[in-house]
Design a protein around this ligand. Structure first.
Ligand code: ADP
Ligand code: MG
Length: 323
């Protein structure tokens, strides 16, 4: 007998010591799975930040992707939006569409999902379960003091442009998804694709420091483009300053820079800050143990330019477009 919808929710998704409060849920979660609605109680003076992302098998992740990898990566990708806005994560819901009820698939999926949620400090507080082609839709919720959220629209002429971590790595890994054996560097880059780390500590630390921020899901050029459009400014990037790791340089050679500019899926943050905040940005990098590179400047001339070592313009890749 396959599990009923309610048994499935009870067995895999509802976690907690009592009926209403999920175990280890943040104090802002007042009611979790089991009623018609969940209830969040925002801390006084804080705002609720919400984002939703849908992932469809064969479009956003390959067929036969391991369920544990899928759960972790899918939640991380959604939580990255909270990081970009400087939100403290609180809770998430999952609308899950399954072709069939397979306990062998659901058990590792749910285990990895609850683990990832705990890592990010958030609880699964509800969802929906339907039958159809494998599709996950996560809604993530977090809090920030009123007016403190980082937006795309705050960049000003003269601001520095920074990126966290190293770019282009997950893009390189896409080339090896079907490859049975990976060398050491390739395995390292594959982890960037399979288990992206939403930059939550960075987003929180950038409240009051950054003027604008975005997470890099579609490539630096495309996502910085969102900041430029929302802030009505332009920018110049310096290609030699883009953070390309030795592992990526070794594996992708000539294409490393192209991947760093155009490859999505790393889920690093790109942000701007006025030059007087530079020391603070460096101090944040030290404190959270994450490299941060100054890669360019905001300018009044609209559009995005990228200069190479000789001061020559190089062409920019477009980002991923669904339609
Ligand atoms: P309703 O019919 O009132 O919308 P459901 O029967 O769909 O409620 O869900 C019952 C409870 O289980 C609700 O609290 C809902 O949020 C939760 N739920 C359903 N599916 C999931 C899921 N995939 N993950 C987490 N919680 C779920
Ligand atoms: Mg209902």
């Amino acid at each position: 007998m396959p599990l009923s919808e309610f048994e499935l929710i009870e067995r895999f998704f509802r976690r907690g010591v009592n009926a209403s409060r999920p175990a280890s849920a943040p104090s802002t979660v007042s009611l979790g799975i089991g009623d018609d609605c969940a209830i969040l109680t925002p801390p006084p003076g804080e705002q609720l930040l919400i984002s939703v992302d849908t992932l469809v098998e064969g479009v956003h992740f390959p067929k036969a992707f391991h369920p544990a990898d899928l759960a972790r990566r899918a939640l991380a990708v959604c939580v990255s939006d909270l990081a970009a806005c400087g939100a403290q994560p609180a809770a998430y819901t999952l609308a899950l569409t399954l072709p069939e009820v397979s306990e062998a698939w659901l058990a590792p999926f749910a285990e990895a999902l609850h683990q990832a949620g705990a890592d990010f400090g958030m609880a699964l507080i509800g969802g929906d379960t339907t039958k159809g082609p494998l599709t996950l839709s996560f809604q993530v919720m977090g809090f920030a003091p009123a007016g403190a959220a980082l937006l795309r629209s705050g960049a000003e002429v003269g601001d520095n442009i920074y990126v966290s971590g190293y770019l282009g790595e997950a893009r390189a890994a896409l080339n090896w998804l079907d490859q049975p054996q990976l060398n050491g560097h390739q395995a390292q880059l594959m982890q960037r694709y399979l288990a992206p780390q939403p930059r939550l500590a960075l987003g929180l630390a950038l409240r009051g420091v950054a003027s604008a921020a975005v997470d890099i899901s579609d490539g630096l050029a495309a996502d910085l483009g969102h900041i430029l459009a929302a802030s009505q400014v332009g920018a110049t990037l310096h290609s030699e300053r883009l953070p390309v790791s030795p592992a990526l340089r070794g594996e992708a050679g000539e294409q490393a820079l192209e991947y760093a500019l155009g490859g999505g899926d790393d889920y690093e943050l790109c942000f701007t800050a006025p030059p007087p905040h530079h020391e603070q940005v460096l101090a944040i990098s030290q404190t959270i143990g994450l490299p941060i590179h100054l890669v360019g400047h905001i300018e009044a001339d609209s559009g995005l330019r990228c200069l190479n070592d000789n001061g020559q313009l190089r062409s920019l890749p477009g980002g991923y477009q669904h339609f």
